[in-house]
Design a binder for this molecule. Structure first.
Ligand SMILES: [Zn+2]
Length: 375
């Protein structure tokens, strides 16, 4: 997906640089054409979901998604304050915030909104994974005495990915991506390389403009699930493979509501670039989501709230990528070519694609690896 001759600068390995390129920056190139879709038809009649948001700031709106449950849904076409989705759970005794968002302003917005509905103490804020757009606002929580929970590997990965980027010179950091545009063998490859450059540029700018704050409450995934009693509201934290190697979800079993983090992109192509992303693992996780109650409501990491139809759709997207990749694999198409050749079918043509090299390209590369292709 990305030229192996990346970043020659001492101190920044290719591995680290790829990790820098979180799903956040790509928004600089795609956000303008991602209008937030209205609630799906199936949800307009779901009594758990309020039809009118309790607050709408443009960049994000918060709506009720159950009894004491709220979903913060971002609209990246209107700004990057939050960028990812999140939400909060409010019991009689305590509240749990979900996500650190892309900026302290995003975390602050969510906290303020929580305070319009309840004054209970906040038990914690959970980053569902380490990626930029879910953790860059952590500083707000830190400054306000809110414990930040995350997968035990999240803090390290934030440092490895973004702190290192803060010391890099922009021209040097971006040079390999510029080179890929220059060296592209076709218009298609050039367009893909350009979208990747846009993505990395965005991440670089944001990383350098932010004071990073790390989760201070590491969660050992081996000890999950963890059940939390918020007072008449039980939340269960679980970890599943797929998107980032640090993925956590929050389930509310009594109401069949799940906050999925980026294990669900609702009506989007999934972001698969992470070195710890696993396509087979992710598809297994989605299969588990599909086996949950038919009535389950999902608050995705990106895109609109959905029911089981949203899980069925992202599984279809993965099936389509894997189907096209498998044909190329069996026909002996080298992975370098195959990663560019996927054709977006009509039915997914309105699905936002982060930079190609963060979504479809690495999905195909990882599938080839899983199938035993030699590099
Ligand atoms: Zn992510």
């Amino acid at each position: 997906m990305i030229d192996p001759a990346l970043i020659q600068r001492p101190g920044i390995s290719r591995r680290n640089f790829l990790a820098h390129a979180s799903c956040f920056g790509a928004f600089y190139s795609v956000a303008a054409r991602i209008p937030m879709t209205a609630l799906g038809k199936a949800l307009t009649s779901d009594s758990r979901v309020s039809q009118t948001p309790i607050v709408d700031k443009g960049f994000a709106a918060v709506r009720k998604a159950g009894d004491g449950l709220y979903a913060t849904i971002s609209d990246p076409s209107k700004g990057y304050t939050t960028l990812c989705n999140g939400g909060f759970l409010v019991g009689k005794d305590a509240a749990l915030l979900v996500e650190g968002f892309a900026s302290p302003g995003g975390a602050s917005f969510q906290m303020e909104t929580l305070r319009t509905v309840s004054q209970v103490p906040v038990k914690a804020a959970l980053d569902t994974h380490y990626h930029f757009d879910h953790s860059m606002g952590n500083a707000f929580y830190g400054a306000n005495g809110v414990a930040i929970w995350a997968h035990a590997a999240a803090a390290r990965r934030i440092v490895e990915s973004y702190a290192l980027m803060q010391g890099a010179e922009k021209d040097v950091a971006l040079a390999p991506f510029e080179k890929r545009i220059k060296d592209a063998k076709s218009d298609l490859e050039r367009a893909h390389a350009q979208s990747d450059l846009n993505a990395v540029t965005g991440v670089f700018q944001i990383a350098n403009a932010t004071v990073l704050a790390l989760p201070n409450h590491p969660i050992d995934a081996a000890k999950l699930p963890m059940t939390m009693d918020l007072g008449g509201l039980t939340a269960v934290v679980e970890s599943h493979p797929g998107h980032s190697g640090t993925d956590m979800i929050v389930k509310v079993p009594e109401q069949n509501v799940v906050y999925t983090g980026d294990l669900l992109f609702s009506g989007w192509y999934p972001v698969c670039f992470d070195e710890k992303a696993t396509i087979s693992g992710w598809r297994d996780t989605l299969k588990k989501f599909a086996a949950l109650d038919m009535d389950t409501l999902f608050v995705p990491g990106h895109g609109q709230i959905c029911g089981q139809e949203g899980i069925a759709t992202i599984r279809e997207v993965f099936d389509d990528i894997a189907g096209q990749a498998e044909k190329m694999y069996k026909a002996g198409v080298p992975v370098e070519e195959a990663q560019h050749r996927y054709v977006v079918p009509d039915k997914f043509k309105n699905f936002p694609i982060y930079a190609w090299g963060f979504t479809i390209g690495p999905a195909i590369t990882k599938l080839y690896t899983e199938w035993g292709a030699k590099k």
